[in-house]
Write a protein that binds this ligand. Structure first.
Ligand SMILES: Cc1cc2nc3c(=O)[nH]c(=O)nc-3n(C[C@H](O)[C@H](O)[C@H](O)COP(=O)(O)OP(=O)(O)OC[C@H]3O[C@@H](n4cnc5c(N)ncnc54)[C@H](O)[C@@H]3O)c2cc1C
Length: 245
């Protein structure tokens, strides 16, 4: 039995679901490690045309790169490794990787689309077989094991990027809500929004003045120009059967 864990949260899988979850747990101040092996399936998409905010569509590989950077900026650490087992071990979980590394975490979010082998055999985790494998959860991604969550396609969400990303965010917030971290909303509000009404700025929220708002907007404009300055260098990845695999 361990006394303290290495991380508050380990997220397995760095597709849109896992990265979105990490953006919310990281921003809430939870020590978050995202472990991934392999390639998010969205890298196969040719042009992403149904992600809100991009009326003419967006290169899906660029969007994933931006989500990666966003998770890092939110404070998430990253590790390339294949997770092969998760074992509940009060007060959290032991996460084993293929290279025999052992990580410990208070909470684990599985966001691995249809890969469930590392979840097999855990009491109270219900796997669902529908041609592919999924994990049964409540609507916030909670499995039957306290502290163990599933997000995105793995949690039987519809097979669309915005939906799995939104579900990852919802699961990330569920982890925050289930932890000891004081939380209200992850909001940035203009100066006076709360304090001007004699209210404390709630936990998780921030008030910023006009100067800081303009600084952040300038930074955002500059960064977005860099992302969108040139076409993305990578082509879509073909289906494995087309690659002779
Ligand atoms: C050809 C194609 C085109 C598509 N086009 C669109 C579109 O136009 N619009 C749209 O909305 N959606 C589209 N989609 C669907 C979209 O890509 C998925 O809904 C979404 O990417 C699923 O995200 P996820 O985070 O649940 O899983 P994934 O993005 O697949 O992420 C899972 C990650 O976990 C990793 N992983 C798995 N097992 C382990 C393990 N044991 N240890 C560590 N890491 C592991 C995987 O390698 C992967 O990186 C398309 C999909 C395909 C195949």
């Amino acid at each position: 039995m361990m006394d303290v864990t290495d991380h508050d949260v380990v997220i397995v899988g760095s597709g849109p679901a896992g990265l979105s979850a990490g953006i919310f747990t990281g921003r809430a101040g939870l020590d978050t490690l995202i472990v991934n092996d392999g390639t998010p399936i969205l890298r196969r998409n040719a042009h992403l045309e149904n992600y809100p905010g991009f009326p003419a569509g967006v290169n899906s590989r660029l969007l994933l790169d931006m989500m990666d950077d966003h998770a890092e900026r939110a404070g998430c650490q990253r590790r390339e490794a294949r997770v092969v087992a998760i074992e509940p071990d009060d007060p959290g979980f032991v996460v084993e990787t293929e290279s025999n590394n052992t990580l410990t975490a208070t909470s684990v979010i599985a966001a691995t689309k249809n890969t469930v082998d590392f979840l097999e055999g855990i009491n109270d985790v219900k796997l669902i077989e529908r041609g592919k494998s999924f994990v049964k959860t409540d609507d916030r991604g909670r499995t039957g094991v306290p502290g163990l969550y599933a997000a995105g396609r793995l949690a039987l969400q519809p097979y669309q990027t915005i939906i799995v990303a939104g579900h990852g965010a919802s699961v990330g917030v569920a982890v925050v809500e289930d932890s000891d971290t004081p939380f209200y909303h992850d909001w940035v509000a203009p100066e006076g929004y709360f304090t001007g009404r004699n209210r404390e700025v709630p936990p998780g929220c921030e008030e910023i003045d006009a100067e800081e708002r303009q600084r952040r907007e300038r930074e955002s404009l500059n960064l977005m120009r860099e992302y969108f300055a040139e076409p993305h260098p990578d082509d879509p990845i073909q289906h494995p059967s087309m690659r002779g695999e």
